[in-house]
Design a binder for this molecule. Structure first.
Ligand code: GCU
Length: 367
């Protein structure tokens, strides 16, 4: 652990990589109101320069349960729900799934944008999660809008209606994140969910989605980004593996078009990704990495937690509690408001990741 006031090894890595402080350095403590103002500035910056704004607003939202069945040997009710959103005279629907244990108490729950809609699937040990006393509300991201440059389907069709995207109009990550918040709207209508213990979680591009959701939507008590890498949790300046150039050239649809000006130009970003991690404050945030996921760059994901801790500490919270070194396989830092682990293996969503997340949540939620 490090001594306050002395530059640590990690702080010197951050300064060599050109990582700036999030807040005015002259003050050591801030109130939540002051943070709320700074948080809004940061979110505006992140949306304007990276993820884009959703340029229209919802006029109504309806949910219809279309199927209910008993699942996991009768311990869980699995339901399929259709969300229908209206934007003026245009409407759009997407399905999602709720897996809720059948007991009488109110359950903490995950909102989980997922790659597929099948339950269970390889990213998602559903029975084990429910046996641990958590519910899951999941959806398949491509049911919201396709993961390609086609902006004429699903939510994208409603938003753009054939018009060109402007530089700060939303990319697809922002649309998937919008959908996660609509699933949270539904959660608010269910009596058997504990709304004070809502968690948004995702892996990879959907880890970026989860992080953006938790930064924008304050109803989530915890946000978990599993291997979210470039343009997710990992700081961009000095990053190894995937860079903005790689991600934008392969997946331009994920971002606003203005983001391309940072290709090979990370030093001119008016923020870095630790701003996104910190924008979740004062709520809990958790970043997870895998040792062989060199494309995401675990060290850069970890350093983002180190740098984001500033905000938590200035709010009088515990922030990120970690040793003064880079992470090693098997590390799990669960003491502070920012959680982190580095598991062995490749880029994926492993059962081991879920077990770490639930361990952290049980500790933080005191369950
Ligand atoms: C690609 C991409 C990553 C992304 C990943 C995923 O590897 O380059 O940025 O995280 O896909 O979403 O699985």
């Amino acid at each position: 652990m490090y001594q306050k006031g002395v530059q640590t090894m990690l702080e010197s890595i951050l300064s060599q990589r050109g990582i700036t402080k999030i807040w005015d350095c002259s003050k050591q403590a801030y109130s939540l109101d002051q943070w709320e103002k700074r948080r809004v500035e940061i979110l505006t910056l992140l949306c304007r320069e990276e993820y884009g704004f959703i340029p229209c607003s919802l006029t109504s939202l309806r949910f219809d349960v279309v199927e209910d069945k008993q699942y996991c040997a009768g311990k869980v009710t699995l339901s399929k729900v259709l969300a229908t959103a209206e934007f003026g005279d245009k409407s759009f629907s997407f399905p999602f799934y709720t897996s809720i244990p059948n007991g009488k108490q109110q359950y903490p729950f995950f909102v989980f944008p997922n790659f597929r809609d099948a339950i269970p699937n390889r990213c998602f040990p559903m029975e084990e999660i429910c046996d641990n006393g958590f519910a899951v509300l999941s959806f398949c991201y491509q049911d919201v809008t396709s993961d390609d440059n086609d902006f004429s389907n699903g939510l994208a069709k409603i938003i753009f209606d054939g018009r060109e995207r402007k530089a700060d109009d939303c990319g697809k990550l922002a649309m998937w994140s919008w959908a996660a918040s609509r699933v949270m709207d539904y959660a608010e209508t269910l009596p058997n969910l504990d709304l004070s213990k809502a968690v948004v979680v995702g892996v990879s591009r959907l880890g970026m989605t989860a992080l953006l959701t938790g930064a924008l939507d304050t109803r989530f008590a915890c946000t978990i980004a599993n291997e979210s890498g470039c343009s997710g949790a990992a700081i961009s300046r000095g990053k190894k593996g995937e860079r903005i150039k790689d991600i934008y050239n392969r997946f331009p649809q994920w971002f606003c078009e203005g983001y391309k000006k940072y290709i090979d130009n990370e030093q001119n970003l008016p923020f870095d990704q630790h701003f996104l991690v910190a924008a979740v404050a004062p709520r809990k945030v958790y970043v997870a990495s895998a040792s062989k996921d060199w494309w995401s760059d675990p060290d850069s994901e970890y350093l983002s937690c180190v740098a984001a801790s500033e905000v938590y500490e200035k709010l009088g919270l515990s922030g990120f509690i970690h040793p003064d070194r880079l992470p090693e396989v098997g590390d799990a830092f669960h003491e502070g408001d920012i959680g982190y682990h580095l598991r062995d293996g490749l880029h994926d969503f492993s059962r081991e990741d879920w077990l770490y997340f639930m361990r952290f949540l049980k500790r933080k939620f005191k369950i």
